[in-house]
Design a binder for this molecule. Structure first.
Ligand code: ARG
Length: 254
């Protein structure tokens, strides 16, 4: 009798645990899609008053709508986006983020929705005229980048670690551009679209014709949340297929 009771009790516990597991929330907060971004990256994400706007904000809104979720955007340092997705505080990292092998060890990425190009911004009178000038023996330039971006990673590996120059890391791309204007750095390596925006806002700067690297942007999702990845990626693929993503890109990139 006692044995039977223990057995039944155990069975009840196992069943209720299973039920809990089945009811696990897909997103960090029921009914909400939390997007982690760094709104220092026009036209993908930037501030307009108190609001984060731009390509990624609109794509996220379209994804959230498809999934029947309310979108909440959290603005943070670029460096914090991946950890916030890893810790499950944010559901998606959407920040003009490049897919790299190193990041793929930490998070999952959706389908690619845009291409990015790492370019070099210099002052109009700069002695640097091509990307190759940065790699010349004895070049010894100081390169401004936004901390933890691919511009930072590549120039650190290719130039600083190779003893060909120094990398100065800024929290914002715009701060690196200010450092270029005031002569603290010799150039800035950053993605092409923000580069165009920064050059348009600041006189005396130009973008070199030669490109440094070509890369793919995608949304980052927690590695262990297969259900969320499938949902977000499925929605994104539909938005790519029906032309919505292209329409959003065209709206911001002429
Ligand atoms: N594409 C570059 C990277 O993934 C830069 C992205 C910066 N994005 C931003 N929202 N600040 O590293």
């Amino acid at each position: 009798m006692k044995k039977m009771f223990v057995l039944l009790l155990t069975l009840a516990m196992v069943l209720s645990l299973a039920a809990c597991g089945g009811g696990k929330k897909m997103t960090a907060e029921e009914g909400v899609l939390i997007m982690a971004t760094n709104a220092e990256f026009p036209p993908y994400e930037y501030m307009e008053g108190n609001e984060v706007v731009g390509i990624d904000a609109e794509i996220a809104a379209a994804i959230a709508e498809k999934l029947g979720l309310e979108l909440r955007i959290e603005n943070m340092e670029f460096d914090s986006i991946i950890s916030s997705v890893k810790e499950g505080k944010a559901d998606v990292g959407l920040a003009g983020m490049t897919v790299t092998p190193e990041r793929l060890e930490e998070v999952s990425f959706t389908t690619t929705y845009a291409t990015g190009v790492q370019v070099v911004i210099v002052t109009e009178d700069s002695a640097i005229t091509t990307v190759d000038d940065l790699f010349a023996d004895g070049a010894n330039h100081t390169i401004g980048v936004q901390l933890a971006t691919t511009g930072d990673l590549y120039s650190t590996w290719d130039i600083e670690d190779a003893g060909l120059g120094t990398v100065d890391r800024y929290n914002k791309g715009a701060d690196a551009v200010m450092a270029l204007k005031s002569g603290k750095v010799d150039c800035v390596i950053i993605d092409n679209e923000p580069a165009k925006a920064f050059v348009a806002e600041n006189e005396g700067l130009k973008i070199l014709d030669t490109e440094y690297a070509i890369e793919d942007y995608a949304a980052a999702v927690n590695k262990d949340n297969e259900e969320l990845l499938e949902a977000v990626d499925g929605a994104l693929q539909e938005l790519i297929a029906d032309g919505t993503v292209q329409k959003i890109l065209d709206k911001y990139i002429g």
